[in-house]
Design a protein around this ligand. Structure first.
Ligand SMILES: *Cc1c(COP(=O)(O)O)cnc(C)c1O
Length: 407
């Protein structure tokens, strides 16, 4: 068994680019360098053609039409354009939004900005212990002044996939715009903006084996026609919603990445889910006091989030240097905060700190999975041998009843 270390198991943070995507991008850096808005010569036409083709490719992956795709600099910009664009455009209707508690950091930050700077009110949707939002809760949270419902399609930490069609139906019935951060879902699970009743959808290239620095926002044009206030003014590009010369090589790469996902997703998901299931089974069979965070049945095929009781995320990462992983603690400026997503499931702070996210993908091999199972089991076992808490728990002492004396 040969594996090269370090092994990359952080695909939900970013994916390596598919070589076929790079191939599709290269001509637009050199020979085909034209400006896609230059109408008077073949340099411009070639660039425009590439952008049009990419728009089709992205649209096809999500069941949209090409005119509904607005290219941006990535997921974060698409999220900003969607939420702030609605806030500005529909200001007369109201200043209330409904947002899932596990929604992504960029969504949370944009909404916080609107609350702080613009007097918006937010109703936070709770999730069940698997991380799912209930459509009934969405209905109950709606008000006459609600302008937006935001529920991310698939979570970046725990991989939980939401029942988008049910939530979309509630939003549609109430005539409220339904936005989703789908950056983690697109290309991994089937997405259909029609069947799911989605009005606005953010996606990004670098989570689907495309380049960084390019993404897209789907903006519904029919039933209803969603209008957005531009957040970047300039030459009126992208139907006036997002000015600025397009990153043509990036856009071409995003298009190619979308096409590859569309044609290969069905087979790829089966292969990747099998590797993930093997990783999960291998770890769970060899270690006690471990628990899977999120949903077993509604989960992205490439995600596995596990809490290893009595060991701390940072020390696990230190011990697992040959594997690139994410932990359930977010490094803020001074402190280590447990993941708000895992906390929202009702998991304790300690167990949230004890969690690791394994995310695999297109280039993960069975050998890598076996190697990582071995290293994880070895590392956790060693760390627990040094853990007095684990020892006490094994002796049957109820740790919640222990009174610690302060020295
Ligand atoms: C990666 C990611 C983003 C941000 O996309 P960028 O292209 O990096 O700006 C937003 N939301 C989620 C859930 C993501 O995983």
């Amino acid at each position: 068994m040969t594996v090269n270390t370090p092994i990359y198991m952080d695909y939900q943070s970013t994916t390596p680019m598919d070589p076929r995507v790079l191939e599709a991008m290269l001509p637009y850096f050199t020979n085909l360098f034209g400006h896609p808005s230059s109408r008077n010569h073949s340099f411009g036409w070639a660039a425009e053609q590439a952008v049009d083709a990419a728009r089709e490719q992205v649209a096809e992956l999500i069941g949209a039409s090409a005119k509904e795709v607005i290219f941006t600099s990535g997921g974060t910009e698409a999220i900003n354009l969607a939420i702030k664009g609605v806030a500005d455009m529909y200001a007369e209707k109201g200043r209330h939004m409904v947002v899932a508690v596990t929604d992504s950091r960029p969504v949370q930050d944009v909404v916080k900005h609107l609350v702080r700077e613009r007097g918006f009110e937010v109703t936070e949707l709770k999730v069940d212990k698997e991380g799912r939002v209930s459509a009934d809760d969405v209905r109950a949270a709606l008000r006459p002044d609600t302008v937006l419902v935001s529920v991310m399609m698939a979570n970046n930490e725990i991989g939980t996939v939401q029942d988008m069609a049910a939530i979309g139906k509630v939003a549609k019935e109430a005539g409220v715009i339904f936005f989703t951060d789908a950056t983690e879902a697109v290309g991994k699970v089937p997405v259909d903006v029609q069947a799911m009743g989605i009005d606005l959808l953010a996606l990004t290239g670098h989570k689907i084996y495309g380049p960084k620095g390019v993404g897209a926002l789907y903006v519904r044009r029919k039933n209803p026609r969603v209008r957005l206030s531009a957040q970047i003014d300039g030459g009126g590009h992208e139907r006036g919603m997002r000015s600025g010369t397009l990153n043509v090589p990036g856009v071409a790469g995003l298009g190619k990445a979308a096409e590859l996902c569309r044609t290969e997703m069905a087979a790829e998901s089966v292969r990747i889910a099998a590797l993930r299931d093997r990783l999960e089974a291998g770890i769970l069979a060899a270690l006690d006091e471990v628990s899977v965070n999120g949903s077993r049945s509604h989960r992205l095929p490439h995600n596995l989030n596990i809490s290893f009781a009595y060991v701390e995320g940072e020390s696990m990462l230190m011990g697992l240097k040959e594997v690139a992983l994410a932990s359930g603690s977010a490094c803020t400026t001074a402190t280590l905060e447990p993941s708000y997503v895992i906390r929202a499931l009702g998991v304790s702070e300690e167990l949230a700190h004890s969690s690791l996210r394994f995310s695999i993908g297109r280039f993960t091999t069975a050998e890598e999975v076996e190697f990582v199972i071995g290293r994880v089991v070895e590392t956790i076992t060693r760390l627990r041998e040094m853990s007095p808490l684990y020892e006490m728990a094994k002796e049957g002492i109820d740790l919640s009843q222990v009174h610690w004396s302060a020295h």
